[in-house]
Design a protein around this ligand. Structure first.
Ligand code: ADP
Ligand code: ZN
Length: 723
């Protein structure tokens, strides 16, 4: 496109719009596709991105002018295509996807507004609720621009100005953004073992070929996958590309980042939800200009304005946390592969327990496979034994069987570290009245309230509703009859403390610690400052605890008892991951699994360490049922505040569902959790053969559908949650 002659700019805005809006290019304003611009929309001014330039205006409409262009490198064409393709794949308006790219608008205008404000410590003369909110935001002492402070506090900038005048806020100039140093590719190389070197050579060759190829790096925990993919990253950096290393958010620990820094001689850019605004800005700018070369980030790092990506590594590729279900729902692993297709660069998927999706893609010859067999310096995974809970005798209020308690005692006596794993937050999952049998439920959701004893509250895990633990049963008014049923992690900790009063306990669950607190706690565990760790799946993954020699799984059956087609695969991965925490240091490790189903093929396979046997069996079950990865699924979730109206809407959709070959529409049926946050929920599941164009079918079905009032319709392509 000749940018000097084009008269019309199609600008995509970060709003729920299916496509770009057209604006006039004022004479004298040079534009190129990908430019960030400001355009009017109604009474507002908005930042958008030039999606295309054209010569002729659509007939009969006077276009408004593009107001200005940011002096900033344009959003790369690859990235724009990525936005469009992702939107089409998930049936999302492209503008919603662009919104995820434009998360840090301040980074664009960074050069303009360099004054910032922070709390001065002087109380304002007049404290309105608005001013109190501003002080609340400014309390942490970090300076923010007036517009950012206003937005975070939900007030207008005039409030900020008045508070500056009043002396409650003080003005400071923002320091220049720190620049990114060039990586030193030879900084911290290890002497690789022969197997590792062979694997690294294969990956380097893929990177050097500069083609799109997906490689599954499959090796038990501790086999050196990280060291090996570091070599591929070095090769991509040497070739001039940028590199993204994706991790599940929780695995982004300071220890891991230090490892990346040691290998490449520079602090990598990080991207996760705890980042301060200013640091976000630095990373966003650094990537757009190409100055930042390595990002270690959580799933949303995919949307950063990459100038020239040369490699994506998805670590723990099997991890469910890569699926985002709020807002735009997408799977970061799948989208990493899509990005690689568009950008023609390789993608490495790394895991000790690869997803069936990836393994089947290897079977089909679509993905390459690089396998690391041995644990570095140690031949095998920890030995796994099963404890049959059908015959184990437990005292009431107790969940640890005799063999597990004995092993724990031996481990602690030897000065080693043990981990008890229970994937259930809180104190007890259920509270019942012993007098009338009433169970305490959330007022907004069809779900039990979970007792959280540390907080002294009952909590709903679906909507976050909190209430005090009542003294009397709300149904029969009997006092002192409410009893907790079943264990959560807090209750397990109580038992552990009772049995091992000398132990130095650490309890790790997302309720008890988050962010830096959690990172600190994990570091203490790494250093061996605790010898008995009790944790949810938070501790199961990715961490390197060198002193840990025993893992006890308190209830392995929890995850299996679900209608989710991936329940078996997921339980396998979780068990292998958590068992794999043991024996990563000098001493060998072992794992004990308490189960009521010791004869279940999954449990037997765990005991024998027969991963491939188990997964082959899973594959044939899925293949026969036409489930992913052999078939495709999409879910439609219909919700509304009125039960009858929601049901009527769901049934009306069923009536207009087109029939198509190779595709079945199941439902509508009330969702397993039929009420969440006061909204009634119904579901459809669309099951299609692999050759069917599922998106085209859904688009056709839903093209005329316009939910009214409180009704809403959400489409989940490739669903991972069936609740
Ligand atoms: P994985 O990613 O497969 O779990 P890691 O790469 O984290 O495995 O390796 C496990 C541990 O072994 C790490 O502490 C790592 O530094 C160490 N390690 C792996 N390979 C080597 C090697 N060739 N030389 C020295 N240490 C190694
Ligand atoms: Zn609730």
């Amino acid at each position: 496109m000749n940018r000097d002659s084009a008269t019309v700019a199609d600008v995509l805005l970060p709003l729920a719009l299916p496509g770009p809006y057209s604006y006039r290019r004022p004479p004298g304003l040079l534009l190129t596709p990908g430019d960030y611009v400001v355009v009017p929309l109604g009474p507002r001014q908005m930042i958008g991105v030039v999606w295309a330039l054209r010569d002729a205006a659509p007939e009969g409409r006077a276009l408004r002018d593009v107001a200005e262009r940011f002096d900033f490198p344009p959003l790369a064409e690859t990235h724009r295509k990525f936005v469009d393709w992702l939107a089409a794949y998930y049936l999302e308006p492209a503008g919603n996807v662009l919104r995820m790219v434009l998360r840090v608008p301040a980074a664009l205008g960074g050069a303009r507004e360099q004054l910032a404000y922070r709390a001065s410590g002087t109380a304002p003369r007049r404290l309105t609720p608005q001013r109190a909110r501003v002080l609340d935001v400014a309390r942490d002492g970090f300076a923010m621009r007036a517009s950012e402070l206003a937005e975070a506090a939900g007030v207008g900038t005039s409030v900020i100005k008045a508070m500056v005048k009043d002396g409650a806020l003080e003005e400071v100039s923002l320091p220049a953004l720190r620049s990114f140093a060039e990586p030193d590719l030879g900084a911290g190389t290890l002497q690789l073992t022969r197997d590792q070197e062979q694997a690294a050579r294969e990956l380097r060759a893929v990177v050097a070929a500069r083609i799109h190829k997906v490689v599954l790096l499959d090796g038990v925990t501790g086999s050196g996958k990280t060291e090996v993919y570091f070599e591929a990253m070095a090769a991509a950096l040497a070739g001039g590309g940028q590199v993204l290393l994706l991790l599940p958010e929780i695995a982004l620990t300071s220890t891991f980042l230090a490892r990346v820094e040691a290998r490449f001689g520079v602090e990598p850019a990080q991207w996760h939800s705890d980042l301060r605004l200013r640091e976000r800005e630095r990373v966003w700018r650094g990537l757009a200009t190409g100055e930042a070369r390595i990002v270690v980030g959580a799933r949303s790092a995919l949307f950063l304005p990459w100038k020239k990506l040369g490699l994506i590594v998805v670590d723990e590729e099997h991890e469910g946390a890569y699926k985002q279900d709020d807002g735009v729902s997408y799977h970061a692993r799948d989208m990493a592969v899509l990005y690689g297709t568009i950008g023609k660069f390789p993608v490495i998927l790394s895991s000790a327990t690869p997803s069936l999706e990836s393994l089947v893609n290897v079977d089909r010859g679509r993905y390459g496979l690089v396998r690391l067999k041995d644990r570095h310096g140690r031949p095998e995974l920890p030995q796994i034994s099963l404890i049959d809970m059908k015959t184990a005798k437990l005292d009431s209020g107790s969940w640890l069987s005799v063999p597990l308690v004995d092993e724990l005692a031996t481990t602690l006596a030897a000065g080693d570290q043990a981990l008890l794993f229970l994937n259930r937050r809180g104190y007890a999952p259920l509270t019942l009245c012993r007098a009338c049998g009433h169970r305490l439920e959330c007022p907004n959701c069809a779900a039990s309230l979970v007792e959280h004893r540390f907080r002294r509250q009952l909590m709903c895990h679906h909507c976050g509703h909190l209430e005090a633990i009542p003294k009397a049963c709300p149904a029969c008014q009997a006092e002192g009859k409410l009893v907790p049923v079943g264990p959560g992690i807090e209750r397990l900790a109580e038992e552990a403390a009772r049995r091992f009063p000398e132990a130095r306990l650490a309890i790790l669950s997302s309720d008890l610690s988050r962010g830096t607190l959690l990172r600190d706690a994990l570091r203490q565990v790494e250093r061996g400052e605790h010898n008995l760790v009790i944790g949810t799946q938070l501790v199961a993954k990715g961490h390197h605890f060198p002193f840990l020699t025993l893992v006890g799984v308190v209830d392995a059956d929890l995850a299996l008892e679900s209608s989710d087609p991936r329940a078996g695969e997921r339980t396998w991965a979780l068990m292998a991951q958590v068992a794999g925490r043991a024996g990563r240091g000098d001493k060998p490790g072992r794992a004990l699994i308490q189960t009521h189903m010791p004869d279940h093929p999954l449990m037997q396979a765990l005991r024998k360490g027969d991963r491939d046997g188990y997964l082959n069996q899973e594959k044939s079950i899925r293949e026969r049922a036409g489930l992913p990865p052999y078939g495709r699924l999409a879910a439609l979730i219909i919700s509304g505040s009125d039960g009858a109206e929601t049901e009527r809407f769901a049934r009306s959709l069923a009536k207009i569902a087109p029939s198509a070959a190779g595709l079945t529409v199941l439902g509508p049926a009330p969702a397993p959790i039929a009420l969440v946050r006061g909204r009634h929920r119904w579901r459809f599941l669309v099951k299609a053969q692999r050759e069917v164009n599922l998106q085209a079918y859904l688009r056709d079905w839903l093209k005329e559908v316009k939910p009214k009032g409180s009704l809403a319709l959400a489409v989940d392509v490739d669903p991972y949650s069936f609740l």
